[in-house]
Design a protein around this ligand. Sequence first.
Ligand code: GPV
Length: 836
Amino acid sequence: MQEPTPKGHDLIVDDDRTSITVPALKQAILDNLFYVVGKRAEVATDMDHFMALAYTVRDRILARWLTTKGDYVKHHMRTVHYLSAEFLMGPHLANNILNLGLQEAVRQATSELDLDLDLLIKQESEPGLGNGGLGRLAACYLDSLATLGVPAMGYGIRYEYGMFHQTIRDGWQVELTDYWLRYGNPWEIRRPQADVEVAFGGHTQSWRDPFGEYKVQWIPGEVVKGIPYDTPILGYRSGVANTLRLWRSEATESFYFERFNSGDYEGAVGAKVFAENISKVLYPNDEEIRGKELRLQQQYFFTSCSLQDMIRRHQNAGHAIENFHELCVVQLNDTHPSIGVAELMRLLIDIHGLGWDKAWEITSHTFNYTNHTLLPEALERWPLPMFGSLLPRHLEIIYEINARFLSALRERFPNDEDRVARMSLIDEHGERYVRMAHLACVGSEHINGVARLHTELLKSDVLHDFYELWPEKFINVTNGVTPRRWLAVSNPEQTELMISKIGQDWIGDLDRVSQLERYAEDSAFRADWRNVQYAVKVRLTQYIANTTGIAVDPKSMFDAQVKRIHEYKRQHLNLLYILTQYQRLKKTPGLEIPARTFLFGGKAAPGYFIAKLIIKLITSVAEVINNDPEVNQQLKVVFLPDYNVTFGQLVYPAADLSEQISTAGKEASGTGNMKFAMNGALTIGTLDGANIEIREAVGHENFFLFGLTAAEVAAKKAAGYHPHQIYESNGELREVIDSIVSGQFSRGDRNLFRPLVDGLLNTDPYLLFADYQSYVDCQDQVGKAYSDQEGWSKMSIYNAARMGRFSSDRSIQEYCRNIWNITRFGVDAPQAPAGK
Ligand code: GPV
């Protein structure tokens, strides 16, 4: 081992921890295996080797990380703080290797050590610290922020147990806990010296100080400690590494020992349990609030930790509290961290001694709010008594914000008490609630939706009153996804083919992928494109065989719907088409249709009965169809258990068809739709969320459109919707529904699927029946189009070539320009080494 040779302030030290030559990487892996993992090579497991490699990669990130941090401070750079209750990062190793430009060197080094790199990559358990799209968007945005060199930090919760693992037993979803930290986490660094305290409960006291100023003190009932765990987020070849700072809750020694020493052992243990519970587990409900107190504790915990941390770092860098909003900007990822508006007011007034007006000026210029849903049940509200007993001081502050807000509102709209009641931060219809979306709107400088249609519907509907009051606050930023993880890492076969034609600049600048367009008309390229697609499908086929035992044919069309199971996403509409085809094949054996494999993946919230029943119906239909020799050469149905980021990396590249079939006006954006299309899948979809913009980008002729528009959905509902009439008048639909009710898929049990079917026949709130015929016709068109392989390949290439706009780099540039007012990117960062 050679001695490290520090070179003054330059943190790049060319020693065995930073060198990227193959011999140095080999030596470093062995070194980390011995000194960090504590194993000899002869007895090391795959997991040990994964750890040794991960530390080797981390070592090569550290200089960039510390330099980046130092630069932001040194240059007083305005910094984005992305607050999110969820970060669905996915495994780090392969992505970090790509972003460092070390793919070839690491492959060489591991192979010279007789290690299988792909096997080591598979050892990493993914940090499943999110439910779905919202958490994954946060992860894509961190990737783009670092790639573009934007000074930024992610703040969230270090859940000890992430998203549950899903297994299927007897066709039903069963949840298993996700202890993702079991083997340790090589990427994070615990920073106990940067801990903060967070209070809960108790009461407030007020008095006048000697100058007659009104002062308030919060006497809490509990105090817990937040300990930050930092993970470097490396940009793609940008030389920048930003920080994801996740908070873990722990008991404070003083609170614990006070009770312990006074003989209150139960109280002492109780305090410890209270504290440690907060960051224990991720709530697995997607787009639904359940008003649970622990959830509010989690939200307040990480938001308070993060704001205190921001203030401390701001002041440590020598800045005055009065300038806070000039250097710090906060993005609220939905309303989950929106308590931050009241918390920043509290910190500025009670702790830092500012007056109300100055504190409000700072606060209202710090926050911005991204809304991610139009579903009314997903708009967070907290019962007032619970809120007041957990956060008594914040409730007072919210009352004061509300009083000032409502009086300004009355001035602007005199004699309009209906409007005042609608917009109040407190819902007073019956049981009283704090409306978190209203707090976010009032406290934010900008409010944005996540696709054009979604933002328009926010303005015209969900947040219409706020739009009338403050039209200038509203802005659209259509979502994007990172082409690094979702193309370069997950689809190396397609990536290599693309690089052979158009080079590799598109990985860091996806607009350049349009150079691929001209190859759509090149039949030799189309053949290569199909060969690559086939190879990727073979990969997934093997995985399906290993995990489910189902043999699927990689020559069949892979038709995929992977996303959370939700009625509005309409996995059951997909099923209605499958059953329609099944009935047709049973009636007309030998009917000419191209072979199709229907792939489903996704988790249901544990308490969402109908979603779980949809899973049961998928698996039940799969069992019947897959075992019916009359049809199973043409139809296969597979439910892939435990869908997650790692699994997504396998599915998106292999799909021929992407199902984006939500009821128009319900899916805020969708992001899986983008991942599929980038990988060359064609979309069958409604005019919902970002589908609309994807269709415009790829060309109407390269997209399979069906269904009612959002306006037609609203009109139909207003006019009185009668699904039963559609059932009566549509023969194929009736046969399909009857077959479900008959017990054909439930071993004769006529009641099993009754709740699902009755819901459709009686109310059908997501209009499956209204869209059924249009969907079936469109699917038949898809089948025809697939039979023309040359035509299909053309459409596929046009899709991949026209997705530049849906890179999260573009989204982040829009946030920087239109919301964050950030113009200076990545100063002085050390350049990443060249290489593939
Ligand atoms: I609110 N979304 C989510 O995954 N979980 C939530 O709790 C909420 C929203 C999703 C939306 O459903 C998607 O349409 C959207 O693409 C995604 O957030 C990211 O914006």
